[in-house]
Design a protein around this ligand. Structure first.
Ligand code: CAO
Length: 420
């Protein structure tokens, strides 16, 4: 048995934010029915194509373990089928542009009328307010959520991060909202609306930068490198390069081979508790007791000098040797792993964090498995559905259409090329 066995999800999501959420629900055992526009489907199916004629990796890596039904929700028969789906499902998840569902005739009021127990979960770019009607993609959310202004180096422009905190991050938030609403429904018997704005999700993940914004009122942020460099602070949290976000100073440092390998680097944290070990390892034993170096506050204006000394040592070792030497001493370090190194890491396949999936159109591909491990609800990653692969099955098995009624729906053109 899986944690969400018996839960049916009407998956009206597309692109990345919504699909990451419903993919997690599918991995936890829910029956996820992805509703897609006939003949077109989720736009990502045909974006960033690498194998001509096959669904893209963008689509396949975000839509595992789902079923696909083609359905034109603007056609009268299509609306009838959608109404039946709303009756049958426990959760409707959507991330259309603001107002799109209302324009189809399915307002929250109407959805509740059809099924008072349903949970309706939505992702939008912004919450209620002046930007509520805007369409939003990943990087817009990273910028509007405060992340970009605090990412990058002090002398460079704001930067977006490679981690999809706006899309996948908000999908995670929404997923938590959905299971929480399902839990509440156990007690109340009622559904409810769950909303997540991408701006809010990014801001939530940038919480420590709002912490620093307020600390600025009490003086310079001493753990930021710019403090030691004598650069004045402005009135907003600055970009901090690779400084660690917490109370323990850290940096990305070069390792052996950095001249040729763009990822021959390590993250190195000079944690206070292991300062003496750090000094011994880098050959600076005198810093253990020397005035100006012995305690964490004294070191804050000397981070450039200290990390230069650490880097002199790390450039003599590979990033993995740095790890092998520092780990037994409890010095927190982390190699900068390339996607290639991750894809080749057997250990990640053993835990299910990375998976190899077979696909009828594209053959075998790699994907990220479920990052959340439940000891009593094992995840088996199954390939994403082809467009409309389950249309007839869903119409008959889930919605109970049969005989002439099934033929009527199929002949209406509302469900693509489905066959009776
Ligand atoms: N049958 C009939 N019509 C359908 C349909 C179906 N099965 N599925 C979608 N449509 C229609 C919608 O109703 C909408 O029509 P209207 O504009 O007439 O209301 C139309 O298709 C386009 O939907 P959309 O506006 O959501 O799509 P878009 O490509 O123009 O915008 C996006 C994409 C992501 C910018 C927008 O959906 C959005 O802002 N979503 C909320 C925020 C979000 O999730 N962003 C992250 C996306 S991942 O990077």
């Amino acid at each position: 048995m899986k944690a969400l066995d018996g839960i049916k999800i009407l998956d009206f999501t597309h692109v990345q934010s919504g699909p990451t959420c419903t993919q997690l629900l599918a991995w936890f055992g829910a029956d996820v029915i992805k509703v897609e526009r006939p003949g077109v489907g989720d736009a990502t199916r045909k974006q960033l194509i690498d194998v001509p004629g096959a669904d893209s990796l963008y689509f396949t890596m975000l839509n595992h373990n789902k079923r696909s039904i083609e359905l034109n929700s603007k056609n009268e028969t299509g609306k009838e089928v959608l109404t039946r789906l709303i009756e049958e499902c426990d959760v409707l998840v959507e991330n259309f542009a603001p107002g799109a569902l209302d324009r189809m005739g399915f307002t929250w009021e109407r959805i509740q009328e059809i099924n008072p127990k349903i949970i309706m979960a939505s992702i939008k770019g912004f919450g209620p307010g002046k930007y509520e009607d805007c369409k939003v993609y990943e990087n817009v959310a990273q910028c509007a959520g405060g992340s970009a202004s605090t990412t990058g180096f002090l002398d460079g422009p704001p930067l977006v991060t490679g981690a999809q905190i706006g899309d996948s991050g908000t999908g995670l938030h929404l997923c938590l909202g959905i299971v929480t609403a399902l839990f509440q429904r156990e007690k109340t018997g009622r559904g409810q609306k769950v909303s997540c704005a991408m701006q809010d999700g990014v801001l939530n993940l940038s919480r420590v930068k709002l912490r620093d914004q307020q600390r600025l009122a009490a003086g310079p942020l001493k753990e930021y490198s710019q403090y030691g460099e004598g650069i004045e602070f402005g009135d907003a949290t600055p970009r901090a390069g690779n400084d660690s976000g917490g109370g323990q100073p850290g940096r990305i440092l070069k390792c052996k081979g950095w001249e040729k390998d763009p990822n021959a680097y390590t993250y190195f944290i000079i944690q206070a508790a292991v300062w003496e070990s750090v000094c011994d390892v880098i050959g600076k034993a005198e810093w253990k007791t020397q005035e100006g170096y012995a305690t964490p506050p004294e070191r804050l204006d000397k981070l450039n000098e200290i990390f230069s000394a650490v880097e002199e040592w790390t450039t003599t070792k590979t990033k993995f040797e740095v790890m092998d030497i520092c780990n037994p001493l409890n010095i927190p370090v982390g190699p900068i792993l390339s996607m290639k190194e991750i894809a080749d890491d057997d250990g990640l396949y053993k835990t299910g964090t990375m998976v190899k999936v077979d696909h009828p159109e594209r053959g075998e591909y790699l994907s990220v498995g479920c990052p959340i491990k439940l000891s009593d609800s094992e995840v088996e990653v199954a390939r994403s559905p082809l467009l409309g692969e389950h249309t007839t099955e869903i119409l008959s098995e889930v919605l109970g259409y049969s005989g002439d009624d099934l033929k009527r729906v199929i002949d209406s053109g509302a469900v693509g090329e489905a066959k009776a």
